[in-house]
Design a protein. Structure first.
Lengths: 214, 98
């Protein structure tokens, strides 16, 4: 997810520095090749790294499992979610509520600032931009919540992400396209760092078995 | 009510044992997994897990495939169709009973 966002961010930046009459911009086929080329160059190595991590690190430590037929009709995933909802503690509720309130307050403040500099009809664009920033914060919050209580430190990452997006929103007001690039890069980087943290935590808490006697 | 409770006496005893129930519940939503995954997920010891798997294999509920990943032995485990049907029936019966 993180590398995909970084890929999209890079693609946006690379497109912006291409000359306007470049064949990679004007020709539809070339533009498609350029876009997919950049994404494949970023995502291809990531796929290989992910495969290598699974094969060399996670399978020998905690075993191999292939999700497949049966998962969709078991209701097991739904059951997990219901159990988590039931166990939802007040502490997490207060933390999430606090973050959501801070994000909402920040969003309102941003809308107010942007409205000061924009014409009266631009408030819809500004609200759209704020919604776009809030979307990433909420998506990441949901992701952390789904991961469970073992990864409470990720709520700090969420605060960092919210702060970073707030700064980006302030420094790049008005233009959605210009804002989308740094947002994609920043959110992607936060996601990658968060993933590396999870990997380190996994390595600390697991050891490969010493012998194989089944 | 009593009739519903009587369903309990007809439960599949191969699956009803907690260790085996845990194994089948873990195998049901996945395509396949290896011995180490079940060992970590169930927190049983190797002997216990092997013994339960042997019983499930004897009942034709689990398919065990011994292979190699490179030079490392790998035991792949899969729930059979009969195992899946038995597990679904077990769940249905338990729900009906309670």
């Amino acid at each position: 997810m993180g590398m995909m966002l970084i890929g999209f961010g890079l693609l946006g930046y690379l497109e912006s520095i291409l000359p306007k009459d470049s064949i990679w911009r004007t020709n539809y086929i070339c533009h498609l090749i350029f876009s997919y080329g950049v994404l494949v160059l970023v995502l291809g190595p990531c796929y290989l790294i992910r495969w290598g991590i699974k094969r060399r690190i996670t399978f020998p430590r905690t075993g191999y499992v292939a999700l497949g037929v049966g998962a969709h009709h078991t209701g097991v995933n739904g059951g997990d979610l219901a159990a988590k909802l039931k166990k939802f503690s007040w502490v997490i509720f207060i933390v999430v509520g606090g973050i959501a309130a801070a994000v909402a307050a920040g969003g309102c403040y941003l809308v107010w600032i942007l409205c000061q500099h924009a014409s009266s009809t631009d408030w819809i664009v500004s609200a759209g931009n704020i919604g776009y920033l809030v979307f990433w914060v909420l998506l990441y919050a949901f992701w952390i919540w789904r991961m469970g209580s073992e990864y409470r430190w990720k709520w700090l990452m969420l605060s960092f992400m919210a702060l970073g997006l707030f700064v980006i929103g302030l420094s790049v007001p008005g233009n959605f396209i210009e804002m989308a690039r740094p947002v994609a890069l920043f959110v992607g980087m936060v996601w990658v760092v968060s993933g590396l943290g999870t990997l380190c935590s996994y390595l600390r808490h697991t050891q490969p078995p010493t012998s194989e006697t089944e | 009510m009593n009739e519903k409770i009587r369903v309990i006496s007809e439960l599949d005893r191969v699956i009803h044992e907690p260790g085996r129930l845990m194994i089948v519940s873990l195998l049901w939503p996945v395509k396949e997994c290896d011995f180490l995954y079940l060992l970590n997920a169930t927190k049983m010891n190797k002997g216990n897990l092997s013994s339960h798997l042997a019983k499930l294999e004897a009942a034709d509920y689990v398919k065990i495939e011994k292979t190699y990943r490179g030079k490392v032995p790998l035991t792949l485990l899969r729930l059979t169709h009969a195992g899946s049907v038995a597990y679904e029936k077990y769940r249905k019966d338990m729900k009906a009973a309670f």
